[in-house]
Design a protein around this ligand. Structure first.
Ligand code: G3H
Length: 269
């Protein structure tokens, strides 16, 4: 269970959400999710591509498989992991704890990605436990929500998303969203080349913000909500230009450092 007391004593470095909102404008974040792809060579190439990149108005993170995290240490991008254990420590073979990620200087961790919800049967409750673990270790969760196509077609999109969100709100509390990032990833758009239109993305992002605002308007206003699903440099600017889209969670296109940089540049305005 999430330890609220630890959040009260949260360190200044973790209070990024306040810094991320400058002049009432949320600072975008673009995070690359390599999924189960990549190599030490790709890490090196990412490192050199971003070493001289001039990005002033966007935060950039790369989430490689655990085994390549060290290869991106001290690169000109923030480090993120793709998942974490719901356990603190102990006899859980193969698991990686939030504290271990913190020790590696991971600033972010993706939680509740639809591929893990499907492949590893991660439920809304388990996702909430993992979010709590990340928060307790002061690693910022990138909490993913998103619907399969049949849910959208059935007209139950917003109920479905609300259930995913509410499971986390009821576990960690609305105020914890000050220390979180949300990613909206429609499952039908992931890796399919079928991107949500900017209007579809904006409609859902606005819904997420308004849904959270019912409990805490200020936290909802400062929350970064990323879009994920077939983002490329050719569609990034239009997606990121939507008022409630605060950057992206990029899969396939983050495996090409130059293309990933172009996507980050689209958010750097
Ligand atoms: O985490 C990233 C998303 O699943 C999007 O993947 P994609 O850009 O390959 O569609």
């Amino acid at each position: 269970m999430y330890n609220v007391v630890r959040l009260v004593n949260i360190s200044p470095a973790f209070r990024w959400a306040k810094d991320a909102k400058v002049n009432n404008k949320r600072r975008p974040l673009v995070a690359g999710n390599w999924k189960m792809n990549g190599s030490a060579g790709l890490a090196e190439s990412m490192r050199s591509t971003f070493a001289t990149a001039q990005l002033n108005k966007v935060d950039v993170a790369v989430c490689p498989p655990f085994v390549f995290l060290h290869a991106l240490a001290d690169a000109n991008v923030a480090l993120g992991a793709q998942t974490l254990s719901e356990y603190e420590n102990g006899a859980h073979t193969g698991e990686i704890s939030a504290q271990m990620l913190k020790a590696l200087d991971c600033q972010y961790v993706i939680v509740g990605h639809s591929e893990r919800r499907a492949d590893q049967h991660e439920s809304n409750g388990l996702v909430a436990d993992k979010v709590a673990m990340a928060l307790a270790a002061e690693v910022t969760p990138i909490f993913c929500v998103g619907e399969p196509e049949d849910i959208r077609d059935s007209g139950n999109l917003y109920e479905y998303l609300a259930a995913q969100i509410d499971a986390v709100v009821s576990h960690v509390g609305i105020d914890a969203f000050e220390h979180m990032v949300v990613a909206y990833e429609p499952i039908w758009a992931i890796g399919t080349g079928k991107t949500a239109s900017p209007e579809q993305a904006q409609d859902v992002h606005r819904f997420i913000r308004e849904h959270l605002a019912k409990n805490n308007p200020a936290v909802a206003q400062g929350l970064r909500i990323l879009y994920g699903g077939s983002v490329k440099s050719s569609n990034a600017a239009e997606l990121f230009g939507q008022p409630d889209v605060d950057g992206g969670l990029i899969g396939g296109a983050s495996l090409d450092p130059e293309e990933f940089l172009r996507i980050c540049q689209a958010a750097d305005s």
